[in-house]
Design a binder for this molecule. Sequence first.
Ligand SMILES: O=C(O)c1ccccc1NCC(=O)[C@H](O)[C@H](O)COP(=O)(O)O
Length: 197
Amino acid sequence: MRVKICGITNLEDAQDAVELGADALGFVFYEKSPRYITAQDARQIVDKLPPFVQTVGLFVNESSKHINDICHLSGMQMAQIIDDEDNTEFENLNMKYLEVIRAKSKSDLEYLNKHNYYLVDAFVEGFGGAGKRVALEWFENIDCSKIVLAGGLNASNLQELKKYNFFAVDVSSGVEASKGKKDKEKMKEFIQKANGN
Ligand SMILES: O=C(O)c1ccccc1NCC(=O)[C@H](O)[C@H](O)COP(=O)(O)O
């Protein structure tokens, strides 16, 4: 399974995640988050990354212009978007994007367009990174092959996902030492388990 390590705030964590085999790194451009990073600081990290690592910018209820500007400035290849307030004009985005479904119940998963990729996270007031899980039984009888699963994942519970065939997993607090700082051993164990080792 592919792995995105989210909430990168510093170069050391980014380089450790890449060395350990992460496919994508997430940068939170939401000012109220404890993992918030400026576009300029993210750029300093992105410029030092090797090729073939996808950089993903996280946005909450922002306009397309803002998302385009920040992604351009920071070197994000993709945007991950929460748009509860219908602020984002998706057709005006200059980059690939993943829409975030903040699931409160199984009914939130029933109308996903089967041709699109989505990131499904647990609904939390603070928008993400809270360690709250989505109930796995909600995915019964759903094709998960285009779903990135987030929310409360860690090395100990990845095993439970096996039969669902998710496209990828996304983790933040489950591999942290403290908010905004990753724990290298936790990232190692998480990536190994996601890769079936
Ligand atoms: O991480 C944050 O602080 C955050 C703030 C606002 C919007 C999204 C945020 N994170 C989103 C993520 O993609 C997290 O990786 C995802 O919610 C999973 O987090 P966790 O349950 O801690 O693994």
